[in-house]
Design a protein around this ligand. Structure first.
Ligand SMILES: Cc1cc2nc3c(=O)[nH]c(=O)nc-3n(C[C@H](O)[C@H](O)[C@H](O)COP(=O)(O)OP(=O)(O)OC[C@H]3O[C@@H](n4cnc5c(N)ncnc54)[C@H](O)[C@@H]3O)c2cc1C
Length: 389
């Protein structure tokens, strides 16, 4: 028994893309997999803090646009999001256990999409009292000069890894004692978020609260290491980024990684590309584990060139695959309406839905209701039912 076929850790563009691609299957003879996202804060990650460029000015998105689009699919495919912080991923042999600050979840596959820096609610304050070293040091020099002139006597808090001293040094040169300087070293597990209070900004940390008039996040210091990668024991490069192959596989037993956590370049296009790859590959892995054969999906290889065509073949459902109904159906007079399908509103179908709760096996359902295979097949085709071991 496990909780979800695939668990995705991280709700940035790579994690959301991975979850969508692991879940969204429109081919008729395929079962979709169950997917869960665990992320420590509301989805978004580092993306969408400001207007973002995908390739250049011709392809750009306003703040919130990219995550908004991805979230539409997450809702549409009923992918649950757990707002929890992952502390550790344990390899248990044939499953993984994802340990969070509140729970433990098990799965066949895990996608690590934790970025390089854990995010909290920085997005809410970005461009107001909070800023970052995104535009390089040349830009920062001008920015620091204006800030020190305008905010003399006030406090600036630098947030970054233990490598942020270079940025602080540059600031001190320009500052000449005009502003007070504080530092918060982000170790990947000690910051809890930001709050605006009486025109000041406070940083909640494990040790207590640090107040400032301005916060400057030193992204350059994070780029030297992925402080979010330490929750998983696997091969990393000399800077701590997770090593993967081209298919985003960390190993061949169901661990995948995507996005900033696999190293530079840091961009949304790369995050979405790797997330998509990790999502499809985790689906493929899960399918192989469940049904003992390749998933006939065009994205993997041309499906009709080897052996017999598999257009209509639906793998046999065995008792140990538990059916789990997605909760979002409505009762409309004659019908039970789902996302993409509907069933007749009668006692037998309602009883079936009650039993499709992930706790009853197919064998138990059949024993109680007789042969309901056709109805279950219909639900699977409509992607309203998901199967778990
Ligand atoms: C201000 C800014 C502007 C940018 N502009 C652009 C741009 O214009 N174009 C562009 O292409 N790129 C841009 N980038 C870079 C881009 O945003 C990142 O490369 C991209 O967001 C990486 O996506 P990701 O999903 O890999 O990681 P992230 O977006 O960092 O998401 C990772 C998520 O995982 C969560 N997480 C981490 N550890 C844990 C844990 N232990 N438990 C639970 N959750 C966890 C994090 O909190 C975060 O929510 C910009 C970045 C910033 C900060």
């Amino acid at each position: 028994m496990y909780d979800s076929d695939v668990i995705v850790i991280g709700g940035g563009p790579s994690g959301l893309s991975a979850a969508i691609r692991a879940r969204r299957v429109r081919t008729y003879n395929l079962h979709s997999s169950s997917v869960m996202i665990v992320t420590n804060t509301s989805p978004g990650g580092l993306a969408d803090w400001t207007k973002v460029r995908m390739t250049g000015d011709g392809w750009s998105h306003e703040k919130g646009e990219i995550i908004g689009k991805l979230m539409n699919d997450i809702k549409d495919y009923s992918i649950p999001i757990k707002n929890e912080k992952v502390l550790e991923v344990k390899n248990q042999g044939d499953t993984f256990t994802v340990v969070t600050d509140k729970n433990e979840y098990t799965s066949l596959a895990v996608v690590v999409a934790t970025g390089m820096k854990m995010t909290w609610n920085e997005r809410e304050h970005f461009g107001d009292r909070l800023f970052g070293t995104l535009k390089g040091y040349r830009f920062m020099e001008d920015y620091f000069e204006k800030l020190c002139e305008k905010e003399e006597g006030k406090t600036i808090v630098f947030v970054g890894t233990d490598k942020l001293d270079k940025t602080v040094e540059l600031f001190q040169k320009i500052n000449q004692g005009r502003m007070e300087i504080k530092k918060v070293i982000d170790e990947g597990n000690n910051i809890r978020g930001y709050e605006k209070k009486d025109d000041r900004i406070l940083i909640a940390t494990e040790e207590g609260k640090v107040y400032g008039d301005h916060v400057l996040i030193d992204f350059e210091s994070y780029q030297l290491k992925a402080i979010t990668a330490n929750l998983v024991d696997c091969e990393k490069d000399e800077r701590g980024f997770i090593k993967t192959d081209k298919r985003c596989r960390v190993n061949d037993i169901g661990l995948f990684a995507a996005g900033d956590v696999t190293g530079p370049p840091f961009s949304i296009a790369k995050a979405v590309g790797e997330g998509t790859t990790a999502g499809l590959e985790s689906y493929r892995y899960v399918y192989r584990r469940k049904f003992g054969k390749e998933a006939p999906v065009f994205a993997f290889y041309p499906i009709h060139q080897d052996g017999d065509p598999t257009y209509f073949e639906i793998p046999e459902l065995e008792d140990h695959y538990r059916p789990k109904l997605l909760a979002d159906f409505k009762v409309e007079d004659e019908k039970l309406v789902f996302r993409e399908g509907e069933l007749e509103n009668n006692d037998k179908n309602l009883a079936l839905l009650r039993l499709c709760d992930g706790k009853h096996t197919l064998g138990e359902i059949r024993k109680e209701l007789g042969d309901v295979a056709k109805t279950i097949e219909k639900l699977i085709h409509a992607k309203d039912l998901t199967l778990e071991v």
